[in-house]
Design a protein around this ligand. Structure first.
Ligand SMILES: *Cc1c(COP(=O)(O)O)cnc(C)c1O
Length: 473
């Protein structure tokens, strides 16, 4: 397992060079690979793991494979799914986390690492408008786990016996409410919690794709009258498909009136709060019972950095604490937190380090500047598309643009849009996707989530779209 001093030096040198290659070369290459499953598998065929290999040669093999066989989300022409290029401080953070390998199950083992995370939880809580002395939270793998955590804490809040008796101990079927534009992870969480898929009530959206608050209130009332037990509504602040922000204050009012938990899924969009220019978009978030936020999306931290926040101090412990005698002593006795009693995970990597290093070095101001710049690029893209006869179909200030072709008779059909998308991807210069809005309408979706994307890439994308359209029939 141990390499010699000489081997280590060669290895670190090569890893360092490879990281630089990634930063410098990826933007110059294709964003979309030309590859097949067979090609990738045949590359791996010679690996029998019988004879030990040279460390540097093995790293070189992996680096080449990653360069040739992936969609490069770090590429400035990637207008994709909230996967940013990672900050360099984030890369350093993940490297150091792997090297020191602190165990974040218990405070006893990793006090420094855990206090860094607790400090970040308070700082992000305050950014969202929570009171620092009330907020608690946990670093999780991503938005999916954060939403699952939200559902569990809301269940615990509504049904204090849930932890001991389970759902079968309840006399009524619990139900929760999400909009048609919400992220699928909430439905998955419903299944995983044992509530079942039918417990999720899909609330229609208005013409601007925001949750229809009247329909929400009516559905909750109807469910109550029919003997169900509504316990949570989840708003989305920055929907995955459309970038739309639900009317948080109004949903919050309904939640309060109906006495149910209000969760805000701000996995991607939450970062817009880092710029004071856009705080108004998130009015009402501070009254939410809990929030999902992903630092690995619009904060450009390497993947695996989600955050669940709540203003209900004690709810995480109530939900997740199962003490084990083989674990080190209970940290709550010294007013500290054992993360394994506050989340689903036990052995856990130091997720917060890449966030801490990125934020400490860029500062809130660095993020504010970058977010504002990307929002402006989004507006620029919208304008250029409209000038060329594309029709923008989503209404949001966030840099996510959904559009169809207004110049072509079949310009809104899935087949046409797919042809356009395929041609753009084949150019190797830009990456865009197809999404289906909740009314079934297919759209081309282009999202800016990249600190390397400039006006040049916007220009190239618009040009690629024009060329694709010319040759689409
Ligand atoms: C991305 C996203 C999620 C899921 O987050 P992961 O980190 O991919 O698990 C949840 N909700 C919204 C609104 C998202 O955009």
């Amino acid at each position: 397992m141990e390499l010699s001093t000489n081997e280590r030096q060669r290895l670190w040198q090569r890893v360092k060079e490879s990281v630089e290659t990634c930063i410098v070369e990826v933007p110059r290459g294709r964003v979309t690979p030309v590859t097949t499953p067979g090609q990738v598998r045949s590359l791996l065929e010679s690996f029998t793991f019988e004879d030990p290999l040279d460390p540097v040669e093995t790293v070189d093999f992996v680096v080449q494979g990653l360069l040739d066989h992936q969609v490069h989300v770090s590429h400035p022409g990637y207008f994709g799914l909230f996967n940013p290029p990672p900050t360099q401080m984030g890369i350093a953070g993940d490297t150091l986390a792997a090297a020191f390998n602190p165990q974040l199950a218990t405070w006893h083992h990793s006090p420094f690492a855990i206090e860094i995370e607790q400090k970040l939880i308070r700082s992000f809580g305050e950014k969202f408008g929570y009171n620092a002395s009330q907020v608690e939270g946990s670093f999780v793998s991503g938005g999916t786990e954060a939403n699952h955590t939200a559902l569990l804490t809301a269940l615990m809040h509504a049904f204090p016996d849930f932890k001991s008796k389970g759902l079968r101990g309840l006399d009524r079927q619990p139900t929760f409410y999400v909009s048609l534009e919400s992220h699928h992870s909430l439905l998955k969480a419903g299944c995983l919690c044992g509530l079942g898929r039918d417990a999720a009530r899909l609330i229609p959206v208005d013409v601007k794709l925001r949750m229809d608050v009247e329909a929400l209130a009516l559905r909750i009332e109807r469910d109550k009258a029919e003997g169900f037990a509504p316990f949570m509504v989840a708003s989305t602040a920055g929907a995955t498909n459309s970038g739309v922000i639900d009317p948080l204050p109004k949903v919050g009012d309904v939640a309060q009136r109906m006495n149910i938990w209000h969760h805000v899924d701000a996995a991607w969009g939450g970062a817009v709060l880092l710029s004071d220019n856009f705080r108004g978009l998130f009015e009402g978030v501070a009254q939410a019972d809990s929030i999902t936020f992903d630092a690995h999306k619009w904060m450009f931290v390497p993947m695996g950095a989600g955050l669940y926040l709540t203003r209900h101090k004690g709810i995480l412990r109530n939900t997740f604490e199962v003490l084990a005698s083989y674990m080190p002593p209970d940290a709550s006795k010294i007013d500290a937190v054992d993360p394994y009693t506050h989340s689903m995970q036990c052995s856990r990597r130091f997720i917060g380090l890449k966030v801490f290093l990125s934020l400490a070095v860029a500062g809130w101001d660095g993020y504010a500047f970058e977010i504002k710049r990307q929002v402006e690029l989004g507006h620029m893209l919208r304008k250029k598309l409209e000038a060329n006869g594309w029709i923008i179909v989503n209404h949001t200030d966030l840099p996510l643009v959904c559009f169809v072709d207004g110049k072509n008779q079949a310009g809104g059909s899935l087949e046409f849009l797919r042809t356009i998308q395929e041609k753009v991807l084949a150019s190797g210069r830009s990456w865009i996707s197809i999404a289906h809005l909740s009314d079934g309408q297919p759209v081309i979706r282009a999202c800016i989530c990249n600190f390397r994307t400039t006006e040049d890439e916007i220009h190239h994308l618009v040009k690629d779209l024009e060329e694709a359209r010319l040759h689409a029939d």
